[in-house]
Every structure is written in structure tokens, then in C-alpha cells.
Write a protein that binds this ligand. Sequence first.
Ligand code: PPS
Length: 309
Amino acid sequence: MEKSRKKFINVIDEAVVAAKRMDRDEQLFSYKGILYPTTFCSPEVFRAMESFEARSDDIILAGYPKSGTNWVGQILSDLVAIFEEKTQNKESSVNDEFPYLEVGDTEKYERMNKLPSPRLMVTHLRPENLPSSIFKNKSKILLLIRNPKDVATSFYHFSNAFSPLPSYETWDDFFVAFMTKKMPWGCYFEYISSWNKYADDENVMPITYEDLKENPVLCVKNIAAFFGISLTEKELQGVVERSSFQSMKKNSQKTHGSFGNIFFRKGGISDWKSLFSEDHNERMDKAFEERIGGTKLGTKLKYEVYCKA
Ligand code: PPS
């Protein structure tokens, strides 16, 4: 197995083992007013992350949890592999660091400072909590967003299947927590609001889960162009095929270990219809309108198309 995937699976497995020894109220901790999972993040690592030196050719994928970051992470690592093959970069940038920037040990950022370019990293953090060098050095950021009803639905199933996160007895309990800022990595609406301030930056490219699902060929083409990676028609088709939900689910044992099925659950649009009552719909519709309706990213989410019954 590829070294980086082995490391990824180890980190997940260790978190699951550590979570077994924890009470529910120990599973999350608060840092600068936002909750994070204790088994993946720590204040020490957050502080160490401040020393991370970003580069202009870093490839950063930002997305709120359950927005499809594993999916787009696959697309980006495939694009980087194609780029490296073409440029015959002898020193491959494939490394065994856990792909999420905020997850690791306090030495991680020192090691990353020595890695060759282009470095690919993923993050669920809001912009104000990222190392400031990312914006100062103008790293390119692909910002992935997904409609809030499907995010909440995906997050609910994940929380109940993945022991490092607090589980919920009912969907209603989860919904209340989701709407009242009790989620790991913070509130969905605050996440979108914060990123709205950067949505027009030339180094930030927003894409939606729904657009990628409906037109993967065009979206992958645009993503490759944003990062300056040229693709032949055949390469483009290969990237799309290897990142399809079916391919990734089939391969998930190798890439994500025994938790593959949990990371690749349904992979579609509108599964929220199986959980949301009329009351949940009303509350979510109101919150969307009040918090992010009419903003750049709010409009991009096409709420009327994807979140109305
Ligand atoms: S995590 O745990 O926060 O990193 O989760 P994340 O990867 O961001 O999001 C998980 C959801 O993305 C779906 N997924 C995909 N959809 C379409 N195509 C592909 N290839 C794909 N890969 C993952 C995954 O199934 C989760 O959504 P749900 O709705 O739960 O199925």
C-alpha cells in the first residue's frame, strides 16, 4: 500500500482506539471559541501550525466537514501526480503527512517546510484560523462548499458511525446541535460567512459539490486550469473516472481502511429529504436566508434548486 495511505489509515485507527477511552464530553474541546475533536486536534498543534510557511505554489483544499473533501482531495492528488509525471520532477512531492493541515503532531510543520513543491493540503478551518502565511504568500485555495441540508444529513450519519465524534440519539438532537454551533470545526453558517470575505480573491476558487456532481468533466477542467495544470482529453477522463463515487467506494478499503464505507456513504444530492421534517425545513430555510442568503457563496449554493422540497 502507498505509504501516505498507510499513514492516513493509522491516524484514523488510532483515533478510534483513543475515543474508546473517552466520555462523550471529552470528545470535543474548544479552541478560540470553536469545537474540535480531541482525537485529531490539539491546542499545541494549533499553536505549532502558526510557524507553517506557506508557498505561492501550495495547493490548498478548504471545505467544511462533509462537503466532499475526500472526493476533491482525490481529484487534486491525481492532478498533482499527472503534473509531476509531465514535469519529470524527480523529487516527488508525495509524502506521508496526514493530508489535513490541522491534524498531526507539533513537529509536522517543520517537516512540511522541507517538502518539495507542489504541496497538497486539505483543511476544514475557517480562513481566520489558517496560518497567516497562506494569505500573505498567496497560496491558491480551492474552496469546496455543499448545501447545508445535505451537509447536516451527511454529518449526522457520520457522527453516529464514527466513534471519535459525539453520537446522537435522534436526528432531532443532532439538528439542534448543528443549528447551535455545537459541531466539530464549528458552525456551518459562520464557516460560509467567513469565507465570503475571500470569495472574490484571485487566489481563491469556490466550487460546489453539486456542480461537481452534475458536471465533473467541466469542473475538473476548471480546477486543473486554476492550478495551472494542463490535461489531455484522456487524462481528464481518467481523473473523472478515478474520482467517481463508485470508483472511490470500491477502492475505499485500500485508501481509508475499515472505515471506507463510512467515508463513502451515499455520494449524492438531496438525501436530506429522508430526514428533514417540515419544521426542520422551515428552520433551515430561515437560518440560510438570515445568515448567508444573497451573499456570494450563498448564491453559488443554489439553495432554491437543491434545498427546496
Ligand atoms: S469528511 O469526513 O469531513 O472529511 O467528509 P468529506 O469527505 O468532506 O465529505 C463526505 C461526503 O462526500 C461524499 N463523497 C462523494 N460524493 C460524490 N462523489 C465522490 N467521489 C465522493 N466521495 C465522497 C461522501 O459520500 C459523503 O457524503 P454522504 O452524503 O454522506 O454520502
